[in-house]
Design a protein around this ligand. Structure first.
Ligand code: FES
Length: 101
């Protein structure tokens, strides 16, 4: 059963950046893109790299370990259409970001 967890304050994640969090026993990568927040499973499926530490270029995050790229708004891998990184629902209430884990 999932639950909503407060994960960060809005101002902890400036536009165009991402950050890694631990919540509900999961590693969660939260990104601020186009005025909205997106959350992915923070563990890269290639070899466990930290997706929350990847650089963003628009909605595309690049894993810092070996360069796999994902669209953070869909979770889709940029080259392999069969590969989709799990996403978490996100909501903003006041100045807080909540993620459904
Ligand atoms: S661990 Fe992410 S690209 Fe290799």
């Amino acid at each position: 059963m999932s639950e909503w967890l407060r994960i960060a304050a809005v101002d902890e994640i400036p536009e165009g950046t991402g950050k890694e969090f631990v919540a509900g026993g999961r590693i969660v990568a939260v990104y601020h893109v186009g005025g909205e927040f997106q959350a992915l499973d923070g563990i890269c499926p290639h070899s466990g790299g930290p997706l929350g530490e990847g650089k963003l270029n628009g909605p595309i995050v690049t894993c810092p370990w070996h360069g796999w790229q994902f669209d953070v708004t869909t979770g889709r891998h940029c080259l392999n259409a069969k590969l989709t990184q799990p996403r978490f629902a996100v909501k903003v209430e006041g100045s807080d970001i909540w993620v459904e884990i």
